[in-house]
Structures are given as C-alpha cells and as structure tokens.
Design a binder for this molecule. Structure first.
Ligand code: ZN
Length: 197
C-alpha cells in the first residue's frame, strides 16, 4: 500500500480539488470519485502511537476509497499499537458495499477502544435501496465510539485550516451555501435512517 498514488500521507489536498469534490450539492455532476481526508490521532501523548493523516481517493474502476483507507489504518494499528481517535471527511457517504465492510471493521475498532467520526459532504445513492440500507446498518454501530453525520461549515472550515492547501487561495465559491445545503442533506439522511425513503 505504501507509495500508492491513491493514498497521500501527510499531504494536504489541493484547494481546487477540495472545492470541486466536496461541494455539498444535492445533484453533483461529474463527481465520480470519492475522496476521504483522514486524521488518525493517538488518544494520549507519550504512548507508542503515531499520528497518520492525509487523504485517499478511490482507484478508478478499482477499490473504493473507504476500503483502501481501512487497509491503510489496519497496517498502522498493527505497527503503531495504541488507542486512536480518527476523523474522516468524505466527499460521498459510503456506498452499500463499503458499508457492509465498514460495519464489522468498526465493531472491531470499537472493541479495541478506538474512536471514529465520519463526516460526509453528500449522500451517495446510486444504488438507492442498497446504499440506504448500508447507511442504516452503519447507524446501528453509532455509539460513544462511532459517530457519523453530514459535513457543515464547521467541518469545512476545519478542512480548510488543517487538511487543504488553501494558503493564498480565494474563499470557497460555495462556502456561503454550505450550511443551507447541509441542512437539506441532513434532512435526507434523517429520512433514510428513519426508513422513509
Ligand atoms: Zn464504496
């Protein structure tokens, strides 16, 4: 996995890529890839843990970003054993297939006292029923150790401050619309989780 061009460790995402890929439109034309910005931090200082951060994207016609990232994190947990708090900022919510792999992986993570929060910019529903069922399955894992939800301006601001190469760049074109779009996306998510789709 090391050296994989789809996994960038300790590297910020380019501003233009973030602006295009993370715009939280209801209908987002041309966004065929999933990007996940990740930060895996030791829960306490002075242990054997080491921070792992960067971003990952899916391989076109290949592994989805989440699958690549789970594998990358598994390697890290094996070689740098500690308890970690992880945050993922995702351009799309997981598809049904990824959710079915994420659920057991998350359960295992929680058993080992790790924590993960997942924020997604848009809800992926290409294969509607399957993808929505996947989100419901993920919702069943929600607990003290695992949270998921829609990205709002707070999360976008965090990305711009910490994980996007934004110095000297103009404000995001859609920043002023982020929270109102996020409210709509949150309503959609709530309907899905209440099984009203
Ligand atoms: Zn997927």
């Amino acid at each position: 996995m090391a050296g994989d061009e789809n996994v960038r460790v300790s590297e910020k995402l380019h501003f233009n890529t973030f602006e295009f890929e993370f715009e939280n439109l209801h209908y987002a034309e041309g966004r065929g890839q999933t990007y996940v910005i990740f930060d895996v931090k030791p829960q306490s200082e002075g242990g054997r843990g080491e921070r792992l951060w960067g971003y990952v994207r899916n391989k076109p016609l290949g592994d989805h970003a989440e699958v690549i990232l789970m594998s990358k994190i598994n390697d890290h947990l094996e070689t740098h054993q500690d308890n970690y708090t992880m945050t993922w900022y995702m351009s799309w919510s997981p598809c049904g297939k990824c959710s079915s792999e994420l659920v057991p992986w998350l359960q295992n993570l929680l058993k080992k006292q790790h924590k993960l929060t997942m924020h997604f910019s848009r809800i992926y529903d290409k294969d509607r029923a399957v993808d929505h069922r996947g989100l419901c399955d993920l919702q069943h894992v929600v607990s003290n150790g695992f949270q998921m939800g829609v990205m709002g301006q707070t999360e976008v601001d965090t990305c711009l401050a910490e994980y996007v190469e934004a110095s000297g760049c103009p404000p995001l074109k859609w920043l002023h619309m982020t929270d109102s779009n996020a409210t709509q996306m949150q309503d959609k998510l709530s309907s899905i989780l209440m099984n009203r789709f």
